[in-house]
Design a protein. Structure first.
Length: 458
């Protein structure tokens, strides 16, 4: 009875020593069977030197791979074949200094971060659990530790007595130490700048006019707890435009993405990021969408469908995830992504799409047509409440509203360009802008010739 090629079965017409890579790949995965004497279509061809290989291969596999494989001579359609059975090995197996693994019906050579993950996995380790000899308690951020203690006290997920203990005991209780050394997770959570130890441990935010036209950008650094807060504040004060309308005299601001949904998506990206890939989490903001990218590795056997459905909590960085859970920032039930969808549904905004392209994970928040329509209608001026003040004051208010509206749309617009657009003198626009700056509604950021305006919402 013929088997079929699958994750644990591979057919080869004849034996070549290069097929030791397949034996290596099976040993590093879940084991498997390499059948010699059958072509890719499953047709039995047989081999002429079966008896010689039956004696030669067990020793060759043992000597070159350190693997004990069972080599059997079998008959099929009156022809001789060899069946090489390989068990899964707990320790990593290499062939001539290279590591291979069977994935699906393909053989893959492990390199770079993928090799690091594999070697750590075979040792029962995770990336964030590796000791970091260069990091000491004295190098941790006092404000970051205080923030954790405050959040954990509020969440009730850490014994109050533990929160009063010295930092060294707190690190042990959080399992952020191995022997005398702090682990990588401690650097991410509590170092003033984790990038001193881990390349790419920060967030990049940029506003794009198109996929290739970057208008302006920021970098958010610091411990992971502060990165979340800083990134959200920047996005909602500088990058996302609020569609504004009025109900009577009440000013209503509508953002395209609910803050809580974006917070959950950002936490998911930071906690599950593959920090062995030295690229930061990236947030790309466009006129009609917001995208979050991070390098990620799904748990073994998981698909995107499983990730989006009900699943258990399997954090890629369990030590980081544990600290965020204790601080009440995330749940431990694998519901982070579901909470993003639920928050969007509750607020009436579109649910995000999630894409997995290789090891690239994308959260894509598309802005609603209603939100975009509000921006197009420029209701900033139309819905300004009428008051019985003098005409000069009315004109000043209208001028200020127009300036804010233009700078919301294009932060790099000059006051001269605004004056020309609304048909007023440059002096009048400069005076109105100066008043907005003085009152804290407007700020100019960067060099005079290449900076931009920032509208400050209160």
């Amino acid at each position: 009875m013929k088997s079929t090629e699958n994750q644990r079965v591979e057919w080869k017409e004849t034996w070549r020593d290069e097929y030791l890579r397949w034996v290596c790949g099976f040993a590093n995965a879940r084991g498997g069977v390499l059948i010699i004497g059958r072509n890719n279509q499953g047709r039995t061809l047989g081999i002429k030197n079966a008896q010689a290989l039956l004696e030669e291969l067990p020793n060759k596999i043992r000597d070159l791979l350190g693997v004990i494989a069972e080599v059997n001579l079998i008959q099929d359609d009156g022809k001789e074949l060899l069946e090489i059975e390989v068990e899964a090995y707990q320790n990593p197996i290499s062939y001539r200094g290279r590591y291979y693994i069977r994935s699906g019906s393909t053989l893959q050579e492990l390199k770079g971060s993928a090799l690091n993950r594999f070697l750590l996995h075979t040792q029962g380790r995770t990336w964030d659990g590796v000791p970091l000899p260069l990091l000491s308690l004295e190098k941790l951020s006092i404000p970051a530790l205080n923030t954790f203690r405050t959040l954990s006290a509020q969440s009730g997920r850490v014994d109050p007595a533990v929160l009063k203990e010295p930092d060294s005991q707190l690190m042990e209780k959080l399992r952020l130490k191995e022997g005398d050394y702090l682990i990588r997770a401690a650097a991410l959570l509590f170092a003033p700048d984790p990038e001193d130890y881990i390349t790419g441990a920060f967030i990049k935010i940029g506003y794009f006019r198109s996929e290739t036209d970057l208008a302006y950008h920021d970098e958010v650094r610091g411990d992971l707890f502060s990165q979340v807060r800083q990134a959200l504040d920047l996005i909602y004060t500088k990058y996302l435009k609020a569609a504004i309308h009025y109900q009577g005299i009440q000013r209503i601001e509508t953002f395209p993405v609910p803050r809580e949904a974006l917070r959950e998506a950002l936490l998911n990206s930071l906690v599950h990021k593959d920090y062995a890939v030295h690229s930061p989490v990236q947030i790309r903001i466009y006129a009609d969408s917001l995208k979050i990218w991070n390098p990620a590795e799904l748990p073994e056997g998981w698909t995107l469908e499983k990730l989006l459905g009900e699943h258990s909590s399997r954090p890629f960085n369990p030590s980081v995830a544990n600290a965020f859970f204790r601080a009440g920032e995330i749940e431990a039930w694998g519901r982070g992504i579901q909470q993003v969808f639920e928050t969007c549904r509750a607020s009436g905004t579109p649910e995000p799409s999630i894409r997995l392209e290789g090891n690239d994970l994308w959260f894509v928040f598309q802005f609603s047509e209603e939100y975009l329509a509000l921006l197009q209608e420029k209701r900033y001026e139309e819905n300004t409440p009428k008051t019985s003040v003098k005409t000069s004051v009315k004109t000043s208010v209208k001028t200020s509203v127009k300036i804010v509206a233009f700078l919301e749309e294009n932060p790099e617009m000059t006051l001269a360009q605004i004056a020309e657009a609304i048909g007023l003198s440059l002096r009048a626009v400069e005076m109105a802008a100066a008043k907005l700056v003085k009152e804290g509604h407007l700020k100019y950021v960067g060099p005079k010739k290449s900076g931009h305006w920032e509208v400050i919402r209160k």
